[in-house]
Design a protein around this ligand. Structure first.
Ligand SMILES: [Zn+2]
Length: 278
């Protein structure tokens, strides 16, 4: 079975472990991995081979975490059967199905295995999805690290946590479906969301401070950063420029424009209560 283009050499699991160690992955780490297997391949054992290498590098005392939401707004989430969103890639969708891996019981699920897996996946439905009482918040609490394998900071959900901690003023309307008394119920909420392309700014912020380790995992360009470092550098920048992660209006980005409009639309809730209360 072939897992990649013929012009790339297939890497063995032991070579992946060596690459992870060279990057700075340590035994006992809490490691949140975002992956694009297309960039990694070919590796021995395919997506499962990559997962095994990650677990091997972390050792039994380490905890491996991956995003695991379904991305399907119209259907209730079932941690035992809902596929991970195709956007999250084949590694994330393989991971949650493995024996011993825990998965949050809500639509914004992450999956985890290892000694800290239970506390990382235990929180109830977080709204918006990346508040401190959510898997990315718990990884941050535990001084975990973020591994971006073949993806950039635009896939780094820890930056959404930083936005919330910074109090960014934008929220866009979203909905998900939950089960209440056995019935599917639509739940509307507001999220600090946008196209996320400008999360890539964090690359230079972290690199300039010597906080980002870079190398290869398989064939994929890979970054390793501390979750607390990600949050700290973002908070410093957002304090001066809360809209920094949104494309400027001249860029013509529909998603960032929607987020910008929400800032203009914010009304003073106290004033609203007064006018309707008379
Ligand atoms: Zn944008």
């Amino acid at each position: 079975m072939s897992f990649g283009p013929p012009d790339r050499k297939e890497l063995a699991q032991s070579e992946l472990v060596d690459q992870l160690r060279a990057l700075g992955v340590r035994r006992g780490d809490v490691l949140l991995a975002h992956t694009s297997f297309r960039a990694v391949r070919p590796v021995s054992g395919g997506p499962l081979g990559l997962i095994r290498a990650l677990r091997d590098a972390l050792g039994p005392e380490g905890t491996l975490v991956m995003p695991s939401w379904s991305g399907s707004d119209g259907r209730p989430f079932d941690p035992g059967s809902s596929p991970a969103s195709p956007d999250l890639g084949v590694v994330a969708d393989t991971f949650w199905q493995l024996s011993g891996v825990r998965r949050s019981a809500h639509a914004f699920a992450f999956a985890a295995v290892g000694p800290r897996a239970a506390e990382i996946t235990a929180d109830p439905l977080p709204l918006p999805p990346h508040i401190p009482e959510s898997p990315v918040g718990r990884v941050h609490d535990l001084d975990g690290r973020v591994l971006l394998v073949g993806v950039g900071h635009d896939a780094n959900t820890t930056l959404h946590l930083a936005e919330l901690l910074a109090g960014v003023p934008y929220r866009v309307r979203r909905s998900c479906t939950v089960l209440r008394d056995g019935r599917a119920v639509r739940l509307d909420y507001e999220e600090n969301d946008h196209c996320c392309a400008r999360f890539a700014l964090a690359d230079d912020w972290l690199r300039d401070e010597g906080l980002q380790s870079e190398g290869r995992v398989g064939h994929a360009r890979t970054r390793l950063v501390g979750a607390r470092d990600v949050v700290r550098v973002a908070l410093e920048r957002l304090a001066d420029a809360p809209l920094l992660f949104l494309h400027p209006p001249t860029a013509g980005c529909a998603e960032c424009d929607e987020a910008r409009r929400s800032v203009d639309a914010v009304v003073d809730p106290e004033a609203d209560t007064e006018s309707t209360g008379r």
